[in-house]
Design a protein around this ligand. Structure first.
Ligand SMILES: [Zn+2]
Length: 331
């Protein structure tokens, strides 16, 4: 019998670390390991105290109705509707286990490539791609339905990323030629760049949203920040006059570069992720922007919060076809 000891009381291991460990075990210990893991799984299920599950059709209390591929099923005694524990969540219909979802979330938060996650978890890259986009779509939907307000002194600035046609055939009759070596074709801040409007608030919350190419207009600034202003909002800006559009509702102050340390760190984080991924397809940029706003400075807590978000039965399920066309950056 193998005994697992842990002096600190808490072991944090990712699924891929566990898979690696199991692969390296001597074969004659497989039986013991299987029993231990099964005991842990049963104990965890027993301990899981959830609120009564209600029917997704009539709202009456539903009862357990076996499992399908390890996923709990329910049935309503009143209307007879059957549904899974994931029904109406962002991952409704997914056959992947919670552990696999958690691993894909961790890799998404840490900026691990799709190829790497696919290799580690031994699932196809297209499946990992679809899982990742369901995750970041759920984050974007949450970001849009619960917008961060501009509380107190907020550093505000724009950052720019090169437009990217990744994942699609290069369009015919496009406004530019294909790029060589990932470098801009035109000098300076041209329409080859997508502008991300960003803020870090006094409480450390982040905003990031792309609205257009090159320098944002007053209308675009208003679109991203206008509804987030509060009575005590103080905007620390770099001198871009477009922010003056909000002067009638809050205080706008021009500050030096060194007084906007937090927002510069946020920009460095976004640019580092963008360069590691060799660019994010512009059509998906706002999903990634919402991810970066959620995880910057918060990478330890983020995976569990995102996991709760995608399992929440908040009717945010989106099909693969829906993912391809939903909420894309319109330019
Ligand atoms: Zn019912």
């Amino acid at each position: 019998m193998i005994h697992l000891k842990c002096t600190s009381g808490v072991v944090m291991a990712t699924l891929k670390e566990l898979i690696k460990l199991v692969k390296e075990l001597p074969e004659d210990s497989f039986g013991d390991v299987y029993k231990i893991m099964n005991d842990i799984k049963e104990a965890a299920e027993e301990a899981k105290k959830t609120a009564p599950v209600v029917c997704i059709q009539c709202g009456e209390k539903a009862v357990k109705n076996g499992k399908n591929d390890g996923i709990q099923q329910y049935i309503c005694k009143k209307c007879g509707k059957s549904f899974s524990e994931r029904a109406t969540s962002a991952i409704s219909n997914s056959q992947a286990s919670d552990s696999v979802w958690m691993s894909v979330i961790r890799d998404t938060v840490s900026g691990v490539s799709l190829a790497r996650t696919s290799k580690d978890l031994e699932i196809s890259e297209s499946t990992v791609f679809n899982m990742r986009h369901k995750i970041i779509n759920a984050i974007e939907q949450e970001y849009l339905s619960n917008p961060v307000t501009l509380e107190g002194a907020c550093e505000v600035d724009e950052t720019y990323l090169l437009e990217c046609e990744k994942g699609s055939a290069f369009p015919e009759c496009y406004h530019r030629e294909p790029r060589q070596n990932g470098k801009a074709l035109k000098p300076g801040l041209s329409d080859e760049y997508i502008c991300l409007c960003t803020s870090v608030t006094s409480t450390g919350k982040r905003i990031a949203r792309a609205v257009n190419r090159a320098t944002p207009s007053k209308d675009e600034i208003e679109q991203v920040f206008g509804k987030r202003i509060e009575d005590d909002t103080l905007l620390l800006v770099d001198g871009n006059k477009s922010y003056n559009t909000m002067k009638d509702r809050c205080i706008v102050i021009k500050t030096d570069e060194e007084d906007r340390v937090r927002i510069n760190r946020f920009h460095s984080f976004i640019k580092e992720r963008n360069s590691r991924a060799r660019g994010f397809a512009t059509k998906n940029l706002n999903r990634y922007a919402a991810l970066f706003a959620q995880v910057f400075g918060n990478q330890d807590d983020a995976p569990i919060k995102i996991f709760e978000l995608i399992k929440n039965r908040n009717k945010r399920f989106i099909s693969i076809d829906g993912l391809r066309s939903h909420n894309l950056l319109l330019l």
